[in-house]
Design a protein around this ligand. Structure first.
Ligand code: PMP
Length: 278
């Protein structure tokens, strides 16, 4: 009778913790907490924790697990309730889990395919939230891609433009410029935002625009971004090689900058880091 199992009435976040000097550091924790509360609000979840309480609980859980290289998932769900999609009366539960995370997508350079399922359109969802029920679309797509010999799905939006991966945003590199899909049907991820904010430090300009699959096939490089995948090179899309089909120099440059950034090694961006002493 757990309402969330039947109707997908749960919300979640994914936060990354990294090892640094015998400690853990959490990347953009406050932005994740903000999005978590946007999601719980969208589902009218009532519970007594404030964002500060959740932050404290996350730090305690990370400390208690002693795992430095990990994925941290706070989640909230409607529990025991009545039959029917409206969860009113069901209690809201909040939990936090910490799991070690290495090599989320396996290979260093991946092959992605576009499934026949379109990304659920913005108008059908609460924008900018991570509500579990909507992830059936990502699960269907990702399974389809896997069954068709690819490593992950690349989804098109409701108008047929390139949207995003199952749980990743996308960038392409063309003539030294970074381009990322402008679509209302995507989750504008925190990693995507990070890449847009640091691009200037790497001497790259970045632009949001509608992207077609044909444009993507002609890109010099493409990569996924996300808390779990970090920056992940895409070598092939629907069986077509992108650029050389190997990890390109711009992707490599962004990857290595990102790895120092998330560990708090770049003073300018230390504001994004929350250290946890173990
Ligand atoms: N799109 C979707 C659908 C996602 O689930 C995620 C993972 N949260 C992303 C993009 C990437 O977002 P972030 O960089 O905030 O992890």
């Amino acid at each position: 009778m757990t309402h969330a199992i039947h109707y997908g009435t749960a919300v979640f976040e994914g936060i990354r913790s990294y090892p640094r000097n015998e400690r853990s550091v959490l990347f953009r924790l406050h932005d994740h907490i903000k999005r978590f509360f946007l999601s719980t609000k969208a589902l009218s979840m009532k519970f007594s924790f404030t964002p500060k309480d959740l932050e404290k609980a996350i730090l305690q859980t990370v400390r208690a697990n002693g795992e430095t290289d990990a994925y941290v998932r706070p989640f909230a769900f409607y529990g025991y309730g009545r039959i029917g999609p409206n969860p009113r009366g069901a209690k809201v539960h909040v939990a936090i889990l910490v799991v070690p995370l290495k090599g989320y997508l396996g290979k260093a350079v991946i092959h992605v395919k576009t499934p026949p399922f379109r990304r659920i359109q913005a108008e059908a969802l609460a924008q900018g939230t991570k509500i579990s029920g909507s992830y059936f679309n990502a699960a269907l797509s990702s399974m389809w891609a896997y069954q068709h010999g690819a490593d992950e799905a690349l989804m098109l939006d409701s108008e047929g433009y390139v949207a995003e991966g199952a749980a990743e945003n996308l960038f392409l590199v063309k003539k030294g410029e970074l381009i990322t899909p402008k679509s209302s049907d995507i989750l504008k991820g925190i990693t995507r935002d990070t890449i847009m904010k640091i691009s200037g430090d790497l001497g790259l300009s970045v632009r949001e625009k509608r992207v077609t699959l044909r444009e993507l096939y002609r890109a010099d490089e493409t990569f996924f971004t996300g808390t779990a995948v970090e920056i992940h090179s895409i070598g092939k899309i629907n069986g077509r090689k992108i650029g050389t089909g190997k990890r390109g120099p711009v992707t490599e440059k962004i990857q290595s900058f990102y790895q120092t950034l998330v560990r708090g090694e770049i003073p300018k961006y230390r504001k994004w880091i929350t250290p946890v002493s173990l």
